[in-house]
Design a protein around this ligand. Sequence first.
Ligand SMILES: C[S@@+](CC[C@H](N)C(=O)[O-])C[C@H]1O[C@@H](n2cnc3c(N)ncnc32)[C@H](O)[C@@H]1O
Length: 273
Amino acid sequence: MTLTRADADYVRDLVRERSAIVLDGSKDYLIESRLAPVARKNGLGSLEELVFRLRRERSGPLHDLVVDAMTTNETTFFRDVGLWQALEDKILPDLFSRRAAQKSATFWSAACSSGQEPYSLAMMLVDRFPQIVRTWNIRILATDLSSEMLGRAAAGRYTQLEVNRGMPARSLVTHFRRTGAMWQVSDRLREMVEFRAINLVRPWPFVPEVDVLFMRNVLIYFDLGTKREILGRCRKSLRTGGHLILGTSETTLNIDESFQRTVHGPATTYRPK
Ligand SMILES: C[S@@+](CC[C@H](N)C(=O)[O-])C[C@H]1O[C@@H](n2cnc3c(N)ncnc32)[C@H](O)[C@@H]1O
């Protein structure tokens, strides 16, 4: 299935307008390969027909499916091991001593995809900081634009391949049970994570006050102005002393100079100055 230049431009504009994801001209193959299944599942014989329907209906569930299909959802459990080591050794112990009077801490995984990131955090808290989990008010908020990913994340069911990627065997045995060919995350972890839909480029329905904000591997898809706007909102959301965590190829440098870059061994976080 192929797209005409005009139809590819229409999809590019739609996706950019709704998600801020930038798909330049070199991504036409990606648009075609991601939208072919959407067309098939919706009984449409070609991409031309799909775009015709999108144009005719202006807005609706098909538009959401198209935007959803154009998101890249690559993720793994404990992605970037150095970060998780730094969280365990330094970032979380420091946070818990800073918040000892309040006995509360809030975490936000702001582009959580299929849930591996917030569940990795929940596992780390339960395994390494059990006393805190028992006695503090710990909130883990996990959000994404993609309703398909949020559905998967909330269900907490993973394939063998997904649990093989990044998950220590001990964590798998402790926190998952096998159901047929899948692995089901424990109710305990599921209850620790609140999943919600938030489109980062639209007004946020609420601005949580957070201690650690994971905004990893999502800013890369946005243009400079959008990155700057989102980083500004992140800063407002962070509590004093809080940490913004970006993907390894992302930075606030030359985008928003009101963050202080802090290095913790192999990991870097960004803290409001
Ligand atoms: C590559 S995944 C990153 C997952 C995880 N944070 C990690 O680093 O492993 C990027 C996620 O960003 C989400 N995303 C893309 N545009 C978004 C937007 N405008 N608002 C919220 N989430 C968005 C996608 O749906 C996708 O799940």
